[in-house]
Ligand binder design. Structure first.
Ligand code: NAP
Length: 324
């Protein structure tokens, strides 16, 4: 769910970055386009307990071709009917590709799909999420009904090179950031870019090799990981993404210290509060106020609760959050 509009007083003080005009709803559920799968690879290490795939779909000949941005979503309509005999509804997936698509021509879009698995509490039988398993089961050459694109607020700004970025992702929340970071690096912008990626174990890191490669050859891109259920590569304790604002405070605060700074957050809903608390602890008051307006009644960050967000703890237009 994208954050609600920011409050008027904040917007007046700092209108934030200008967002681009993006195309929306070119294919509605009643008039889907037909895509064809051109690739499907696991994008974690083989020993990961989860199954996450990078699924690439050729959308040539549909309205989606050339008309999407990373951070937007596209819809997938699984074939068949649900338990009530009704056709399956559209499910939205985040576009993980840069604006040029996977193929450089904007005709192949990719998403990052994790197979949803549940245990039925009564029967103890394994149940599979319909759309994620449909997408992950698809083979090269298979067709898929697609809609969209949708979403206009969780995208890079129009003048992307005029900003510096800290991206916080948990799990498949990395999807939009892969595309955005590729867009930024390929444009050769001077932007400072930091990505903090959180997963349970190192084996669960998504796009890890690609991101390491990009970081190794891009002086302006820093890639940090946060493993929540094992020690870090450098021996540090297990941590969440927001804890990198403590362990790498100087580095991350430096990216956010000027009027160029933007924060993007995508993944589990629980991370939202943690990242805002982390920013409040890491940034000096003059830097913090670009990202967060904190009502005196909110108290110290340690005492903040999720219900205070957008009421007593108000992210500014420089903070983009898409959490579920
Ligand atoms: P996952 O692999 O389970 O990783 C999630 C990580 O976040 C784990 O390390 C988890 O730690 C950690 N975490 C849990 N609570 C946290 C908190 N309060 N603060 C910070 N980190 C916390 O993730 P996943 O299964 O892929 O799930 C990703 C989520 O992203 C899904 O809910 C998905 O819907 C969402 N998503 C959103 C978009 C979008 O909005 N466009 C796109 C893609 C994905 P522990 O489990 O060890 O506590």
């Amino acid at each position: 769910m994208t954050s609600p509009p920011h409050d008027a007083a904040n917007a007046e003080r700092d209108p934030g970055p200008v967002l681009p005009e993006v195309k929306m709803h070119l294919h509605m559920p009643a008039t889907p386009g037909t895509g064809v799968v051109v690739g499907s690879e696991r994008c974690t290490r083989p020993k990961s307990a989860g199954f996450v795939r990078h699924v690439s779909i050729r959308v040539e000949g549909t309205q989606l071709a050339g008309n999407f941005r990373p951070g937007q979503s596209f819809g997938v309509i699984p074939p068949g009917v649900d338990a009530h005999g009704r056709p399956h509804k559209v499910r939205l997936y985040s576009i993980a590709s840069p604006s040029r698509g996977e193929d450089g021509r904007g005709t192949v879009i990719a998403t990052t799909v994790k197979r949803a698995l549940f245990e039925d509490p009564e029967t103890h039988k394994l149940r599979l999420g319909v759309a994620s398993n449909f997408l992950c089961d698809l083979r090269v050459g298979d067709s898929v009904q697609v809609t969209g694109p949708s979403g206009k607020r969780f995208v890079l700004p129009a003048n992307a090179g005029a900003h510096d970025y800290v991206f916080f992702a948990t799990g498949t929340g990395i999807a939009p950031f892969r595309g955005m970071i590729l867009d930024l690096l390929e444009a050769g912008t001077p932007s400072k870019i930091a990505l903090v990626m959180g997963v349970p174990y190192a084996n669960d890191l998504i796009y890890d090799e690609e991101l390491r490669r990009l970081a190794a050859r891009s002086a302006n891109f820093r890639y940090l990981t946060a493993l929540s259920r094992e020690r870090q590569e450098d021996g540090g304790d297990s941590m969440y993404v927001q804890d990198r604002l403590r362990s790498h405070r100087d580095e991350l605060a430096a990216v956010l210290s000027s009027a160029r700074g933007l924060v993007y957050v995508c993944g589990l809903s629980g991370m939202e509060l943690g990242v805002l608390q982390g920013l409040a602890r890491a940034l000096k008051p003059d830097a913090l106020e670009r990202y967060l307006h904190v009502d005196g009644a909110a108290g110290a960050p340690d005492s903040w609760e999720r219900t205070m967000i957008h009421k007593l703890v108000r992210p500014t237009r420089r903070v983009f959050m898409e959490v579920y």
